[in-house]
Design a binder for this molecule. Structure first.
Ligand SMILES: [Zn+2]
Length: 520
């Protein structure tokens, strides 16, 4: 079982117990950083997964020394997104032991709207500019760290809206009209997931990434949501659903509910400053921004998306009452608690589906003899991870190099891990043979192999049943595996090149080896 699965199971068990009382999960083991520790306006909590999330519009601090924005667009608050972003981070940690980087604007939007070009964001108030700069610098710090750790990743700008129907808008800087007009052209280069389009694990098209079965929107449709759909006398339940969350664009088009396009309803397409700046759209293509100004795509290897989540997934109830928590309550059922949990699951699934080749590695062969030269695997994922093996294999934990002569004959599982608690990992089976061992080491002295040398047909027999026989070259190439399951059998080796080979017999879980000469 890989450690990710183990974590999921352990934490799901813990969660199903805790969630009865809706106990908020433990904080991540990372301290908040502030642009100015005395004025905790702009906050960064570093993470260790390949993702950064920002919340620009949930801030509550009305700083008197900063001029109130006026005539620079709306000052409307995205209620509780400042809590939601922290809870998503904590739920990720609770579920997997890893967590996203998060950046929070704690200032009221009436003082700073960091999701705009600078002149609009600060409304030309010079005193506000350092906070605007700090907010974006923190996101840049996070993406720099992600690139160092994983080589790629993605950015989510988290917002709230009150659209009807109640859905989650996922914006990629692809307009409503383009989404409505049919299959997306793969030549669109201004989308904020341009890098992902050109480099995703399943070679999906832009259209598949945006509204296919493993799109971000579709993962919301199919993840959790049981509480949301049943609570408040079914007030939030839609389309006859009992689980998941409606999201657009997604793959969902059932029962008269078409969420594959905005379909005439309100939708935020993600053509805003932060998503375009920190996403991976073509850097030579300009986007006319909602909220004023224009901006070229961010390019690079960090993709972007904007999620605008519906008001009804952000109710607190009394889960976060008290000064040890956020000390904020409302009279509704606590949908946010469950939504944050489900959002965390969606993030993990999305990374796994499209990004996670972080630990790909490969040894040239599956079998090495103790006399073979020491092999080092090729790492096609990210470097800097850790190799380990089941007991008996002498392996370098940094490079994966196997010291063949120091290893015991046997079958091993080699693991390469990257990320928190080895969250991302890949395994390869390696067999070590020992051609220096002869039949004399084998307990079953009745075993016979004949003729040896052979000119073609090779016979073997024993008093006990032989499970199988493997033949490989002395550089570890497997030539033939013969299932036997009786006490005698034969194999035709007449097509095999002349030379010396190693034969392994497996009898009653014992292994014996001998040298075989083929002279066809
Ligand atoms: Zn917003």
């Amino acid at each position: 079982m890989n450690s990710k699965l183990l974590y999921t199971i352990i934490f799901t068990l813990i969660f199903s117990f805790l969630s009865v009382g809706q106990t908020p999960p433990a904080s991540v083991p990372e301290a908040s950083q502030y642009h100015d520790i005395n004025k905790k306006y702009i906050e960064y909590i570093p993470g260790n997964l390949p993702i950064v999330i920002s919340a620009p519009h949930g801030g509550k601090i009305v700083a008197n020394e900063l001029t109130t924005r006026s005539g620079c667009g709306t000052n409307e608050e995205d209620n509780n997104t400042d809590i939601l972003i922290r809870e998503i981070q904590k739920h990720c940690y609770a579920q997997m032991g890893g967590y996203p980087h998060i950046v929070i604007n704690n200032l009221s939007r009436s003082k700073l709207d960091p999701n705009r070009i600078e002149s609009v964001a600060t409304c030309n108030n010079a005193a506000t500019v350092p906070y605007y700069t700090a907010y974006n610098d923190f996101i840049d710090s996070a993406t720099t760290q992600i690139i160092a750790d994983y080589g790629k990743g993605f950015y989510i700008d988290l917002h709230g809206q009150s659209h009807t129907p109640k859905r989650i808008d996922v914006g990629y800087n692809i307009s409503t009209s383009t989404l409505d007009s049919g299959t997306l052209s793969n030549t669109i280069e201004h989308s904020t997931i341009e890098n992902l389009k050109n480099n995703n694990l399943q070679n999906l098209t832009l259209d598949q990434l945006v509204r296919g079965s493993q799109s971000f929107g579709q993962l919301f449709q199919t993840t959790g949501g049981t509480y949301y759909n049943t609570v408040s006398s079914g007030l939030y339940q839609q389309c006859g659903r009992s689980d998941g969350y409606r999201a657009v664009p997604s793959n969902y088009n059932t029962g008269g509910c078409n969420d594959t396009t905005p379909n005439g309803s309100s939708y935020f397409s993600g053509n805003y400053y932060s998503n375009v700046r920190h996403g991976s759209g073509d850097p030579s293509t300009s986007t006319s921004l909602s909220g004023g100004g224009s901006l070229n795509g961010g390019g690079g290897v960090i993709d972007g998306m904007m999620t605008e989540v519906n008001r009804d997934v952000r109710h607190l109830g009394s889960v976060y009452s008290g000064t040890t928590s956020y000390n904020r309550t409302d009279s509704k059922d606590p949908t946010l608690y469950y939504f944050a949990q489900d959002y965390a699951t969606v993030i993990v699934g999305y990374i796994d589906a499209h990004y996670n080749d972080f630990t790909d590695f490969n040894y040239d062969l599956a079998i090495y003899d103790t006399t073979a030269s020491d092999p080092t695997p090729t790492i096609s994922g990210v470097s800097g991870g850790t190799f380990s093996s089941t007991t008996g294999l002498a392996i370098n934990s940094n490079t994966g190099e196997i010291d063949t002569s120091a290893s015991m004959a046997g079958n091993y599982v080699v693991t390469y891990e990257v990320g928190p608690n080895g969250f991302y990992n890949t395994t390869q089976n390696i067999e070590i043979t020992d051609s220096t061992l002869g039949l004399e080491s084998f307990n079953d002295k009745s075993f016979k192999l004949f003729p040896n040398p052979t000119t073609g047909i090779l016979n073997f027999e024993s008093n006990t049943d032989i499970s199988y026989v493997k033949i490989h070259s002395f550089i570890g190439q497997e030539i033939n595996t013969i299932e036997v399951n009786s006490n005698r059998s034969s194999v035709d080796l007449s097509t095999i090149e002349n030379g010396s080979y190693l034969v392994s017999f497996y009898v009653n879980n014992q292994l014996a080896k001998t040298k075989l000469i083929i002279k066809n």
